[in-house]
Design a protein around this ligand. Structure first.
Ligand code: AMP
Ligand code: MG
Length: 348
């Protein structure tokens, strides 16, 4: 299958009809799988009400079938069609953060495909804050199930080029709306129990949520090894580069010793750092991932950097740690998973 690219200049004009979006929407109505930009990462979309269409997503990505999908909607009417009842606090979160990078887990209605929910009684829903995504969902007039548009296990795509690298020939097309904004997947919050729990950290932080609903718990498995994750998909390997990556909690001198030792063993070494420190390292490949002083820029370029290390064929990547605050929590969660939980501590 030849994968089509539908270029759409973003921002889109709401009053204009874009033939590219209409064409992509028609493919969704026909049960095909289409990748599209959101403000977090690129999504791999299909009709959430069709078993056949949703199964095509799992085939294209090689995703395990017990890992549920997030359904993307463009308006409240679509929400009422998917979920049974909406607790008051969930409504407050929607009013505060939608459209935006927050996925709410709610009790599902029966007709949502069991392949979307992985057989659970709940469904994850979000309204993306991206004009191209919203225009596409409006145009096909369907709720769109969409995981990240990468091969399962790889870093999520933040550009149409990343999607093409992973899925060329496996899907009908990609709507190219440029680079995504946030760069990390949505915050996922379980609203199906009395006390809401964050299952996956994202750019909507626990502090921001507590400003709206006072109490929220955070699933400890998001940063602790040996804790069983509360969300089914979280147990899988994620965001991994081809090389072994290690987070290093130590100063630059300590990281240099690690680099030196590994190079002596004939290994090609990558370092993942930020603009502030990049000139201080001598390694085979040194990549600056945004600015430490502005963590949102680190989030935005993290996955692109991990993919660049793959292109450079490094053997080992040493990665600086980030402060565990604000979006830093989500950055550390993704890095920790990308490293397969490996953290090297100085002095240990
Ligand atoms: P992805 O779309 O690849 O970003 O992954 C979406 C993640 O959201 C999954 O890995 C799940 O862990 C989580 N998720 C989606 N639906 C549910 C649900 N009904 N219950 C719990 N977690 C969910
Ligand atoms: Mg994913």
């Amino acid at each position: 299958m030849e994968t089509k690219i539908w270029y759409v200049d973003n921002p889109v004009n709401k009053d204009k009809v874009y033939p590219q979006i209409v064409d992509a929407a028609k493919n969704l109505q026909l049960g095909q799988v289409v990748a599209f930009p959101t403000e977090t990462v690129y999504g791999l979309g299909a009709n959430a009400l069709s078993d056949e269409a949703v199964q095509r997503i799992f085939q294209a990505k090689g995703r395990p079938s017990d890992n549920p999908l997030i359904v993307h909607i463009a308006n409240e009417e679509q929400l009422n069609d998917l979920v049974e009842d909406i607790p008051l606090n969930a409504k407050k979160l929607m009013d505060a953060f939608w459209p935006g990078p927050l996925t709410l887990i709610l009790k599902s209605k029966k007709h949502v495909s069991k392949f979307v929910t992985a057989g659970l009684s709940t469904v994850g829903v979000r309204m993306p804050d991206h004009p191209v995504a919203l225009a596409l969902i409006e145009s096909c007039n369907l709720p769109i199930a969409a995981p990240s548009a990468n091969t399962s296990g790889k870093p999520s795509p933040t550009s149409a080029k990343h999607v093409y690298e992973d899925l060329n020939g496996r899907i009908v097309g990609i709507v190219d709306g440029g680079n995504t904004g946030v760069g990390l997947e949505s915050t996922v919050i379980d609203c199906s129990q009395d006390v809401f729990t964050i299952l996956r950290p994202g750019s909507i932080t626990p502090e921001m949520i507590r400003e709206v609903i006072t109490t929220v718990e955070v699933d400890p498995s998001t940063m602790k090894e040996n804790e069983a994750p509360k969300s089914p998909g979280m147990k899988y390997k994620h965001y991994a580069p081809d090389a072994q990556m290690h987070l290093v909690n130590g100063d630059i001198e300590f990281i240099h010793k690690l680099i030196h030792n590994s190079q002596n063993q004939g290994k090609k070494i990558g370092v993942l750092t930020t603009e502030e420190n990049k000139t201080q390292y001598k390694a085979d490949v040194v990549l600056a991932c945004g600015k430490r002083s502005e963590l949102s820029t680190v989030a935005a370029s993290l996955y692109d950097c991990i993919r660049q290390f793959n292109d450079e064929n490094v053997d080992i990547i040493y990665c600086e740690t980030f402060p565990y605050e604000g979006i830093g929590i989500a950055i550390m969660n993704r890095l920790w998973k990308a490293c397969g939980h490996s953290i090297i501590e100085q002095g240990k």
